[in-house]
Write a new protein. Structure first.
Lengths: 300, 340
């Protein structure tokens, strides 16, 4: 599907199949990719994390109001924001496990709390970021932009992570919670780690976003909640847990981003973007449901 | 026409004969063609006029019921003459106590259990469904809380959950009742299922080593003769018997020497059953301590050294030697006995 979209895009515009275009598209997709990485881990566990919306908003407003001009201070706050993301996620995991609550509802609540906190810190879009911070997006090495290198780093992380004890246990718990428990996988540990990682990636997404926008926004996070799930599902991840991987999610995120580019190139109303995204999501869900059914049929 | 496919497999031993009685009373009404599929040979014998034996998806034999004996049918099911279903039972128990329970209980379903499981012993557990055996196994594995004292290999131990239960040389491993939903990840590979409990055995600096993992997996597949095309075959696509072998393999990869087997042969083919019984006796001879519940009393009588009978959430009696018979087990499980 990505190939088809790329083909269509390529015929409509010059210079699509160049490194410049890769750099540009990756920069456009990277915030979503980072947010969707966390979401992918949660979906593999069989959960969902809506609170990433609040975390992204909170991350951008904290960056835009606290970084100041001193590089040391900015780095300290950046680390702090990532830590906050991981902590809030860990709290989600604790609530879900100990109180046996639905992930959907717990993270809906923490999303709301985080969004409100972001509003208190910075009621409207604004603030500023150090000039050096915003140069991140323009940095490049060997012709590849910092965003592409970030993507490569992310893929390396994934190929490491999925072979760790934690990665295997998360997927096992998503496949069958009871069997995983009886096999000695600790549900509390898994949930805390899963949602902490999701919060951490949401914080990274927020930091990346500020290098692109140069401002904080207390409402921008909600634009990433459902697209992060959509990117994962388009990439073949099952909402029932256990099935799929990050590569699929990244392709899904590129597809969603390319739709935006296409709508722009075709010079149609920008309202077409969510419509086309929705149609593609439907096709993906249908394909995934067929795959699920045939997989189930093969299990005697 | 009526097709009954393993219609009685979920019923406990006390319901043996329930189908035969129904048929004796004239159900279903005369003139109905009945196809009765069952792994309970006795049942088939009582009910059927003719018996057809399938193996690997093909008809291997067909008989009129009165013309054929059980041995022949079992041989047809196996594709070979099976000497016996049950292995030799040389007593291998030592004096060393692996699990000592005193005043052990769980919830409202189990109370006042005093029981010793010894090294090298297969200790059977019998009881009518719902008389505490499930709770005994779960509580020992750290699910659902427990009362009373537990000593493992002579040391007091509180088992707080499966993860802790499985860990270490003083660990306990469980074959759960529901093979498909509690024992396996059906949509994951044989390899992943086998090694899920022992990931740390092949992890170096946070990363799993596929070669070390493959070695463990290949050895276990060979040792238990698990019939899988490759270790990457999905567990859900294996036959029931091979699925159960995967669960045994997973358990044997841990260091645990105390095995809790909850109805491990339910719904699996006769050939694999025989292999599992042999494996249990071999493990006992190696010094494993095995707690073994079965819904088939004959298995307890022929495989276990002693049988603890539960009734009404308490330990009714422990039978051994001559007393370890289906008749005595049923008596103890159903009838109030006075202490001698």
């Amino acid at each position: 599907m990505l190939a088809a979209l790329l083909g269509l895009y390529g015929t409509l515009r010059e210079g699509v199949f160049t490194i410049d275009e890769l750099n540009l598209d990756t920069a456009a997709a990277m915030t979503l990719i980072l947010a969707a990485t966390g979401q992918t881990i949660v979906l593999l566990r069989g959960g969902i994390d809506l609170s990433i919306g609040g975390m992204i908003s909170l991350g951008t407003v904290l960056a835009a109001t606290r970084f100041g001009t001193d590089p040391g201070q900015a780095v300290a706050w950046a680390i702090g924001i990532v830590a906050i993301g991981a902590l809030v996620g860990a709290l989600n995991g604790l609530l879900i496990t100990i109180l046996r609550l639905q992930p959907f509802l717990v993270t809906l609540a923490t999303w709301s709390i985080l969004s409100g906190t972001a509003m208190i810190i910075l009621p409207t879009d604004g603030g500023s970021l150090p000039a050096g911070w915003m140069r991140f997006g323009f940095a490049s090495w060997l012709g590849l932009s910092s965003s592409v290198w970030l993507l490569i780093l992310l893929l390396a992380f994934w190929f490491w992570f999925k072979r760790t004890r934690l990665g295997i246990s998360i997927r096992a718990t998503g496949s069958n919670e009871r069997s995983a428990l009886l096999s000695g996988v600790s549900p509390l540990g898994i949930n805390v780690a899963t949602y902490a990682l999701s919060g951490l990636f949401a914080a990274l997404a927020a930091l990346y976003l500020t290098t692109q926008t140069g401002a904080g926004s207390p409402t921008i996070g909600k634009d990433y909640i459902l697209p992060s799930v959509a990117a994962a599902v388009i990439g073949g991840i099952s909402l029932f847990g256990g099935r799929g991987g990050l590569v699929g999610t990244i392709i899904g995120a590129y597809i969603l981003t390319l739709i935006g580019n296409l709508v722009f190139v075709l010079e149609v109303s920008s309202y077409w973007q969510p419509i086309v995204s929705g149609i593609i999501l439907l096709i993906a869900v249908l394909a995934s449901s067929i795959a699920e059914k045939s997989a189930r049929r093969s299990l005697t | 026409m009526l097709i009954l496919d393993e219609a009685t497999s979920a019923l406990g031993p006390q319901r043996d004969g329930v189908a035969a009685r129904a048929f004796a009373r004239g159900w279903p009404k005369a003139g109905t063609l009945v196809i009765y599929i069952s792994h309970r040979l006795g049942e088939v014998r009582q009910i059927a006029d003719r018996i057809t034996v399938f193996r690997n998806g093909a008809t291997v034999a067909a008989y009129d019921t009165q013309d054929v004996d059980d041995e022949t049918i079992i041989a047809d099911m196996l594709g070979r003459r099976m000497d016996r279903l049950y292995p030799d039972r040389k007593p291998t128990a030592t004096e060393r106590v692996a699990v000592r329970l005193r005043g052990f209980g769980a919830g409202h379903r189990l109370a006042d259990i005093d029981l010793d499981l010894r090294e090298g012993e297969v200790l059977g557990v019998a009881g009518m469904q719902g008389h505490g055996q499930r709770e005994l196994f779960q509580a020992l594995f750290g699910i659902g809380g427990a009362r009373g004292t537990v000593e493992i290999w002579g040391k007091a131990k509180t088992i707080r959950g499966p993860r802790q239960a499985l860990t270490g040389r003083d660990g306990l491993a469980l074959v759960p009742e529901d093979r498909r939903n509690h024992g396996l990840l059906l949509s994951r590979s044989v390899r992943e299922n086998l090694t899920l409990s022992v990931i740390s055995r092949f992890t170096r600096v946070g990363l799993t080593d596929p070669k070390r993992e493959a070695k463990l997996v290949d050895e276990m597949i060979a040792a238990l003769k698990i019939k899988a095309g490759t270790p990457e075959q999905l567990a859900g696509t294996l036959s029931g018997g091979n699925q159960q072998k995967v669960i045994f393999g997973k358990m044997l990869l841990t260091e645990a020497r105390i095995l809790l087997l909850y109805d491990p042969t339910r719904g699996i083919d006769v050939g694999t059953k025989g292999e599992i019984f042999q494996l249990m006796r071999d493990l006992a001879a190696k010094g494993y301590a095995i707690l073994f519940y079965s819904s088939d009393l004959a298995e307890l009588v022929h495989v276990a050294d002693r049988v603890a009978v539960l009734r009404n959430r308490r330990l009714a009696t422990i039978l051994e030697g001559e007393d370890n018979s289906e008749r005595q087990i049923l008596r103890a499980a159903m009838i109030e006995t006075r202490a001698a």
